[in-house]
Design a protein around this ligand. Structure first.
Ligand SMILES: [Zn+2]
Length: 72
């Protein structure tokens, strides 16, 4: 009997943690939300709509998942 060992596919070095940046609708600048998420969980992640105080234009923005840009 000759078993070929199935080698596990090479994994990326651990989970990749991304920072969540929120795009300001007024200035189009990005602001860190202070939250992080594993990149592999992002697709399925349910992000609640929430608000943040924007340092770029001084307003309070409501943001949801579509406004988020992931950054390293
Ligand atoms: Zn803003």
């Amino acid at each position: 009997m000759n078993f070929l060992e199935t080698t596990a596919p090479p994994k990326a070095r651990g989970p990749i943690i991304k920072r969540l940046l929120i795009r300001c609708p007024s200035t189009a600048k990005l602001t860190p939300s202070g939250q992080t998420i594993r990149e592999d969980l992002w697709v399925k992640a349910k992000i609640k709509t929430s608000k943040f105080n924007c340092p770029h234009c001084g307003q309070s923005h409501t943001w949801s998942k579509k406004d988020v840009v992931l950054a390293r």
